[in-house]
Design a protein around this ligand. Structure first.
Ligand SMILES: Nc1nc2c(ncn2[C@@H]2O[C@H](COP(=O)(O)OP(=O)(O)O)[C@@H](O)[C@H]2O)c(=O)[nH]1
Ligand SMILES: [Mg+2]
Length: 426
């Protein structure tokens, strides 16, 4: 997996540069693994110059070729931008499929887009990517023929036609997106699909989101709740220490130096964060760019507020999680930050404290309400037990009096004048 050395001359010394290269390689491996590919070979290739034909030098192409053949590699991910010509030449030289960074990221986003808006954004980015590649190969053909583009030829006509088709599709997609966006702003609260508090994990790729996701649902403090066994694999039901049910949701990781044409698509995959009752911001505190990564995540969330995607109260709903504490010598060795919780997803240390913090945060965001229900209203009482936490209850001849802790949205649902028969609230 060749890697393009970015311009990090400001970092000065070689140790920093190679540490950055290792971190970048680790990220690329994580991204590749996330679409189900098993990574069997990796390499960091310093580039002295970008070769128009193959990006890397001839020697590098042939050395990598030998390693790739030996291990019967089927796909090579080049963590850099490749021109269509470079991609084709490398595929020929190595006898396997080659994808570049943008192609890989588009694949990941495509797999993870859950909402209509997310899918449209990803498709749009995909078409943009294809179109730019057609333009580039067209320029390339033109150059081969001596620059007289207007002379035309069968290949060129085909490319022109493809470009027009893609252009039409892009126009249609943009219109549809506009429509979907308008609807989203109108119906934001109606979109909530799950009846339990949602805890979303956000953070950079490789911060340990998926490991923590698994550790939390495997830990005794947060037993897996079979109620959600049928949801997709990035969502899981848990029971918190209080006994309260919640949904954990793993999100697409942030990616360093995200190509600008992919920013909108990435943000669309973060839409579920907007719906979350608690946002866990997972950080790899052992990463060399940990502080900069934190700032990036916060900046993207703040931007989402600007665009009306996220409620401005998000900082109150966020818990910062300092993961990989084991690499610093354990939870106690992690420099304290107010409100932040050090954990190790690998050893499990700190997870009980995190579960308690999630519980507390959910309770903070809940309303406490008192209701008097007539004796025959068993359905509504059951609904309260299912959706809230009943703190007090007394039964007498007049009915049932309960004090219950509810999410504000559930409280509104419960108190809304019934449009159907009483008891059909759900
Ligand atoms: N040492 C250590 N490694 C961890 C920890 N959590 C995750 N990792 C490793 O970090 C890498 C990325 O983890 P992953 O959960 O896939 O990250 P994600 O991209 O945020 O989902 C994997 O190799 C994990 O084994 C941790 O607490 N300690
Ligand atoms: Mg993950």
């Amino acid at each position: 997996m060749p890697w393009e050395k970015p311009d990090r001359s400001h970092e000065g010394n070689g140790i920093d540069a190679s540490r950055a290269a290792e971190a970048r390689l680790a990220e690329a491996v994580g991204l590749t693994a996330s679409i189900g590919l098993a990574v069997v070979h990796t390499a960091i290739l310093p580039l002295r110059a970008r070769k128009p034909a193959t990006l890397m030098g001839e020697g590098q192409v042939s050395i990598q070729g030998t390693a790739l053949t030996d291990q019967e590699v089927a796909v090579v991910v080049v963590d850099a931008q490749l021109s269509p010509v470079q991609q084709r030449n490398l595929e020929k030289a190595w006898g396997c499929k080659v994808i570049d960074r943008t192609g890989l990221i588009l694949d990941i986003f495509g797999e993870r887009a859950r909402t209509r808006e997310g899918s449209l954004q990803v498709e749009l980015a995909h078409l943009d990517y294809q179109r730019s590649r057609l333009v580039r190969s067209w320029t390339h053909l033109e150059r081969q023929r001596g620059g007289f583009g207007f002379l035309g030829g069968p290949g060129e006509t085909q490319i022109e036609a493809d470009r027009r088709l893609i252009g039409d599709r892009i126009v249609r997609l943009k219109k549809e997106l506009e429509q979907v966006r308008r609807t989203r702003l109108l119906h934001r609260s109606a979109r909530k699909r799950v009846p339990f508090p949602v805890v979303a994990l956000v953070g950079y790729t490789n911060a340990g989101k998926s490991t923590l996701f698994n550790a939390m649902t495997g830990a005794e403090v947060m037993a897996k709740d079979q109620l959600f066994a049928t949801l997709d694999p990035t969502m899981r039901g848990v029971r918190l220490p209080s006994g309260r049910r919640a949904i954990l949701s793993d999100t697409v990781g942030f990616i360093s130096e995200l190509p600008t044409e992919l920013v909108a698509a990435f943000r669309a995959t973060l839409e579920e964060v907007a719906e979350a009752d608690v946002i866990l911001h997972i950080r790899d505190i052992s990463h060399p760019d940990s502080a900069a990564q934190r700032a990036d995540v916060l900046a993207v969330l703040a931007d989402m507020v600007e665009d009306g995607m996220l409620d401005e109260s998000w900082p109150n709903r966020t818990i910062e999680v300092l993961n990989k504490a084991d690499l610093l010598g354990g939870v106690a060795a992690v420099p304290a930050r107010p409100g932040a919780i050090p954990v190790s997803a690998v050893t499990g240390e700190g997870i009980a404290a995190l579960a308690a913090a999630i519980d507390a945060r959910i309770a903070e965001g809940m309303d406490v309400a008192d209701y008097n229900l007539p004796p025959q209203d068993g359905a509504r009482l059951a609904w309260l037990y299912q959706h809230g936490e009943v703190i007090e209850r007394s039964d007498d001849g007049e009915g049932v009096h309960v004090r219950v802790r509810l999410l504000p949205a559930d409280r509104a649902r419960f108190e809304r004048p019934a449009t159907r028969t009483p008891g059909s609230v759900n």
